[in-house]
Design a protein around this ligand. Structure first.
Ligand SMILES: [Fe+2]
Ligand SMILES: [Fe+2]
Length: 170
């Protein structure tokens, strides 16, 4: 998560995330036949978490601003539905282990799905956002902060989850 030099631009930040997640999917493709179950699960978890953080930040900060500016409700609605479908698939992957017969297939389908989604963002949504009068630097700064906070919160939750077994809520 190296900080980008000299750019607070929202689109640069999101495209960077896209590159990163694409790279992780490629990495999974490369290692999945030979890697240990533990390594596969760790990489799959990383993919899922990166995507979840990215999707949350888009929905909280970027999409509402774009929705307001470009007056194309359908485009944003569709993107939100795609996030939701990806989250469903991620939930299935997180409930499985690499020993499950469909594990690799689910990760691959998630990869294809995410590829389709980010492609649409980059070729349809982002050009429209660029044309609209959006404060892309301001949005980029907000998103960078939200991402940092999400990452810190996530790491803390992960560390806690490993140690504490809380009784089930009722
Ligand atoms: Fe998205
Ligand atoms: Fe995105």
């Amino acid at each position: 998560m190296a900080a980008k030099k000299g750019s607070d631009n929202a689109l640069d930040l999101l495209i960077d995330d896209h590159k990163n997640v694409r790279k992780l999917f490629k990495e999974y493709e490369k290692i999945h036949e030979k890697a240990t179950a533990e390594d596969k699960q760790e990489l799959a978890e990383q993919i899922c978490n990166e995507f979840l953080m990215h999707a949350d930040i888009e929905e909280q900060i970027f999409y509402p601003a774009v929705r307001e500016a470009i007056k194309d409700e359908e485009l944003i609605d569709e993107a939100e539905v795609e996030h939701q479908t990806a989250r469903d698939l991620i939930g299935q992957i997180q409930a499985m282990t690499p020993d499950d017969a469909l594990y690799d297939a689910k990760v691959r389908v998630l990869g294809e799905y995410v590829e389709h989604h980010v492609e649409e963002e980059e070729t349809e949504m982002f050009p429209k956002a660029k044309k609209a009068k959006l404060d892309l630097d301001g949005l980029g700064q907000q998103m960078a902060q939200a991402k940092e906070a999400a990452r810190t919160g996530f790491m803390a939750a992960k560390a806690k989850g490993k140690r504490a077994h809380r009784p089930a809520r009722h």
